[in-house]
Every structure is written in structure tokens, then in C-alpha cells.
Ligand binder design. Structure first.
Ligand SMILES: *Cc1c(COP(=O)(O)O)cnc(C)c1O
Length: 410
């Protein structure tokens, strides 16, 4: 066994760098006993709204809360269908179901691993009929009216939003971005001729501050961003038991608030986010330059319209488990995001999907491996990862040419 240890993600190193500052936040909360809501939450909300270039940010308990509240406040209701991709974390579809709606899937683009706008267009044109009253698509498969669309900016790269927003407008669909992996990612809109931030393009967007995200709390946290003040207000009511004024409950809501200690920590870390994202992009460049000429591995594609923030650095390879085991033996941590597409999960057997319904998602799921990626990843450790990937591929090539020589592949 190797004595090397390169974790998939190093959250201990990150927090020890800022330990003193973080402790100050906890102490301030103890001294004021302002644990829920209050100034710390407002300060963070203002800071994050500014960072995302939107008018409003509402802090909530998690990314899942953020998605659920955004969908509900935007008008998604019981019995609706909501479109998204099968290639995402289950929280995306859990939130759809928690809003009373049903998820319906569209396959991804093989290059970007995000929602494929052409497949979306084809689905709307050939698998739906427009509702005469609202113009919204009615899915022929389920008979349900589709009210919203959730593009996921997976791995830290935005979906191709121009075309998605154009289709959504034509079909009267609400767009809620799942930006839970994309804090600070940018998209060049050919339509608006400028770079736009993830979280600023849909009706609303959901962010997660789960500790491993590019901006992570020291616990659970999330936020909704939007430019619509009414929507922001509705979400503030939803997160706090349906009350705008204490003990006056206009609706039944949820306990989905952001706590003050997490908000203080997030406000502190927000000042580092752009630099951390820059460092992630630098690591991605190093991986790309070192591995681009190596046969047998497919690297992430970054289209000219995208500035990804590499929440994850995901490569594709024929035998993902072979590479994973080999890296593990070399002391290198990796992950698979995600091994089983949502339409094939037991939890969604009632949706009636089958294997081969989303061939790109299924193929990709069997080939992906996430390599170590975090701002504190050292050059030496990264070189070690690169060398281990190269060694593995060289060993695979040697053993397959050996098999060919023996005639075992004939
Ligand atoms: C992390 C994540 C979520 C959920 O966030 P939580 O804060 O864990 O609830 C939703 N969608 C995606 C794509 C995520 O990566």
C-alpha cells in the first residue's frame, strides 16, 4: 500500500486556515444570542445577492428547501409536471415532489452533461400538446400539464441557458435554476451579449451551502436568488411558518430558515469565493493540460460560452471502477457523481421509466469518475493524481495488447 494520502476533498485544511475568524462568529452569536434570523442573515443575503448580480437573496435551511420554496412560490402546484434531467442529485426531484408536482426527465448533452436544449425542444414539439388556455405543454405520456423547468448547472458549469429560456418562454414555463453546484459560474448569453451569473437567469434559483459546495457552511444552509421582489417575499413567508408578521399566519409554511451562525460563516467565506473559484479553474487547467493528450480518458468540455467553477472535476473512462480502485490503492480519493440515474432509482419506479429511456445519461453514469478538486489541492498532490491516472491507463493498454497477442480477444 502507498503512504500517499490525497483526499477527494479537504474540508479540514480549508477550515483550519480560517479557524480564528470562524470562532469569532460563534462567539458573537453566543454574546448576542441572535441565533436565528437577524442582522447576520440579512448581511449575508445582501452580500450573496450582490455576488450573484440579482436583486434578492433569501437564506433558507438547505438547497433542497431553496428548490422547494422557489418552485412553490413561483406557482408550481399539486398535479403539475416539472421537467429536469435524470443526471442530478436526488434533491432536485425531491423538491419537485415536495411541491406536490411530478418530475419528468429530459436527457443531457454528452459534451456538457447538462440539459440538452435540442432534446428539450424535441420533447416539447413531439411529446406534448399545448394547453389551449395557458399554452403550457401537456405531456402525452402522463397527461399532466408541465408548469416548470429546472435546469441543473451540474459540476459547476451552467446549462446552455439562451435556448432553454427561449423554449421556456414559448411554452410559458417557469424556470428555476438548480445552481446548488454553481456558485459563481458564468454563462455568456449570445442573446444579451454579456456574461451572466448562475442564479440570475431564471425566475429564481436555488443554492446549497452544504459543507462540500464551493461556498459551504459549517452545517446545513441554502438560499434562493431572484430579481422578483414579490417572489422573494413569498419565499420569506414560506421559510418562516407562513408568517410575514409574528403569529399572523397567512398560509401554512415551513421551518426553513437560515441560522445566524451559518449566515455569519457564509458571509466571511463569501469574500474568498471568487479567489477559491479562480484556484479551482487553475487546477482544472492543470488537469486538462496534463491529461489532454492521454488516450482513453475524456476530460470535461468547457464551451466558449461557459466559465465553469469546477465544483467537481469529472473525467470519463471505460472502466470507472478499475480507475477508482487503482487510485484508491495509490492513496487517492475519488467519487462517482452519480452512479444511478434518477429514472432508474427505486424511489422513482412509480414514474414508469425504463432502462435505455435516457441513453446519454445512462452511458455517462457508467463511465464518470470525479478526481480530487478543491482550492487547497497542492501542485505536488495534483501531479501525483495525474501520474496515477497515466500509470493506470498505461497498465490497461499493456494488458489489452497482451491479450490481443494471446488471441484471447479473437
Ligand atoms: C447539493 C445539491 C442539492 C441539495 O442541497 P442540500 O443543501 O443538500 O439540500 C440540490 N441539487 C444539487 C444539484 C446539489 O448538488
Amino acid at each position: 500500500m502507498s503512504s500517499t494520502h490525497i483526499p477527494f476533498l479537504d474540508l479540514v485544511g480549508l477550515h483550519s486556515e480560517m479557524e480564528e475568524e470562524l470562532v469569532t462568529i460563534f462567539r458573537a452569536a453566543l454574546h448576542s444570542a441572535a441565533f436565528i434570523g437577524g442582522k447576520a442573515v440579512q448581511d449575508f443575503e445582501n452580500g450573496f445577492a450582490h455576488f450573484c448580480e440579482v436583486g434578492h437573496c433569501v437564506g433558507v435551511g438547505s438547497g433542497t428547501d431553496a428548490l422547494r420554496f422557489a418552485l412553490m412560490a413561483a406557482g408550481v402546484g399539486p398535479g403539475d409536471s416539472v421537467l429536469t434531467v435524470p443526471n442530478t442529485f436526488i434533491a432536485t426531484t425531491e423538491a419537485i415532489s415536495q411541491a406536490g408536482a411530478h418530475p419528468e426527465f429530459i436527457d443531457i448533452d454528452e459534451r456538457t452533461y447538462n440539459l440538452d436544449p435540442e432534446k428539450l425542444s424535441e420533447f416539447l414539439e413531439t411529446k406534448c400538446d399545448p394547453d389551449p388556455l395557458t399554452g403550457r405543454p401537456v405531456s402525452r405520456r402522463t397527461g399532466r400539464t408541465i408548469s416548470a423547468l429546472v435546469p441543473v448547472h451540474l459540476y459547476g458549469q451552467t446549462a446552455d441557458m439562451d435556448r432553454i429560456l427561449e423554449l421556456a418562454e414559448a411554452w410559458n414555463l417557469i424556470v428555476v435554476e438548480d445552481a446548488c453546484q454553481a456558485h459563481g459560474a458564468e454563462y455568456f448569453s449570445r442573446k444579451n451579449k454579456r456574461w451572466q451569473k448562475a442564479g440570475s437567469m431564471g425566475k429564481a434559483a436555488a443554492f446549497s451551502f452544504y459543507p462540500c459546495k464551493n461556498l459551504g457552511a459549517c452545517g446545513e444552509a441554502g438560499a434562493v436568488t431572484t430579481s422578483d421582489p414579490d417572489l422573494a417575499h413569498k419565499i420569506r413567508v414560506l421559510r418562516d411558518h407562513g408568517q410575514a408578521e409574528k403569529y399572523y399566519h397567512d398560509i401554512e409554511g415551513y421551518n426553513g430558515r437560515l441560522d445566524a451562525i451559518q449566515a455569519g460563516i457564509l458571509r466571511l467565506k463569501l469574500d474568498h469565493l471568487s479567489e477559491w473559484n479562480r484556484q479551482r479553474r487553475e487546477k482544472a487547467k492543470m488537469y486538462r493540460e496534463s491529461l489532454c493528450s492521454v488516450d482513453g480518458v475524456t476530460l470535461p468540455a468547457e464551451p466558449s460560452w461557459a466559465r465553469a467553477v469546477y465544483h467537481l472535476y469529472v473525467v470519463r473512462i471505460q472502466d470507472q471502477h478499475g480507475l477508482q480502485e487503482s487510485l484508491k490503492a495509490a492513496g487517492i480519493g475519488t467519487g462517482i457523481h452519480y452512479p444511478i440515474p434518477l429514472h432508474l432509482q427505486k424511489a422513482y419506479s412509480s414514474l414508469g421509466y425504463h432502462e435505455e429511456d435516457f441513453p446519454v445519461t445512462e452511458r455517462v453514469a457508467g463511465e464518470i469518475l470525479s478526481l480530487p478538486m478543491y482550492p487547497q489541492l497542492t501542485r505536488a498532490d495534483q501531479e501525483n493524481v495525474v501520474q496515477s491516472v497515466k500509470d493506470y491507463l498505461a497498465a490497461v493498454r499493456r494488458s489489452s495488447s497482451h491479450l490481443v497477442r494471446q488471441g484471447s480477444l479473437v
